[in-house]
Design a protein around this ligand. Structure first.
Ligand code: HEM
Length: 221
């Protein structure tokens, strides 16, 4: 069988059984997001999600409080060299976890943009990556507090600023994710522009923080 045939094979079939899975077939028929394969032929309809703004404000305040605690602890904790080394290892591991998951999320978007997956598949995949991204970011913040950043330097301040923007951008990205899910594959320009800006801000902050961390580590060694 050629690869082209595989691409268009009915994926609702259950391996080892002769026919299509009735449950999944039904799901495919009912979900308009599964049928279109490219962004161009997906219809346009905004996805609306309404939610408690008080709860959202509380989450933003909590995130800012965690960031403030990170800055305060960075200035007051002075670990011994062994703990510093362990923290650096955790820092780099968290970077792999968090930024790795971000790159996979952007890859899923790219796969959808070239028409190799449906929008619903891309959004569902990204949804599963949130936990890894947040775990990585929290790991970076926690371990960073033990790395004794010199808060008097502009680079350290810029890096912490980038981390705050990254955190807030991550929170609004979760709202975007909900809106995109609610849109069920039918997109409008507003959601697309929102997604593009979110991605640009995220990439800018991750690369910026990584670059500053690398410069700092190089200067110390
Ligand atoms: C998105 C968040 C972050 C990213 C991507 C990031 C990335 C990095 C990278 C790539 C290094 C270089 C490690 C090496 O080459 O050995 C580094 C080092 C460092 N990071 Fe971060 N970091 C982040 C968050 C933080 C935070 C929140 C703090 C402080 C609270 C921090 C403090 C430091 C310090 C002080 C170093 C130098 C460690 C040393 O050489 O002893 N980082 N970071």
């Amino acid at each position: 069988m050629k690869i082209q045939d595989l691409d268009h094979k009915d994926l609702t079939e259950v391996p080892g059984t002769p026919g299509p899975n009735p449950e999944r077939s039904l799901e495919t028929r009912e979900d308009p997001a599964r049928a279109p394969r490219t962004p161009q032929n997906e219809a346009v309809r905004p996805g609306r999600v309404t939610g408690p703004w008080g709860a959202r404000a509380a989450v933003v305040c909590a995130a800012c409080a965690v960031w403030c605690a990170t800055v305060w602890m960075s200035a007051h904790i002075h670990p011994d060299p062994a703990l510093h080394t362990v923290a650096l290892f955790v820092h780099l591991s968290s970077l792999v976890l968090g930024f790795g998951a971000v790159l996979v999320a952007d890859y899923l978007i790219a796969v959808w943009l070239v028409g190799r997956s449906t929008f619903a598949e891309a959004v569902a995949g990204i949804d599963r990556l949130h936990l890894l991204i947040w775990t990585g970011l929290i790991g970076l913040m926690g371990s960073g507090t033990l790395l004794e950043p010199d808060l008097a330097t502009v680079t350290a301040r810029v890096k912490l600023g980038l981390v705050l923007v990254l955190t807030l951008n991550g929170l609004q990205a979760m709202l975007l994710s909900k809106r995109m899910k609610a849109a069920a594959g039918v997109l409008n320009m507003r959601l697309l522009a929102w997604g593009a800006i979110t991605t640009i801000v995220s990439q800018g902050c991750w690369w910026g923080a990584m670059w500053i961390g690398f410069i700092t580590a190089s200067a110390r060694s």
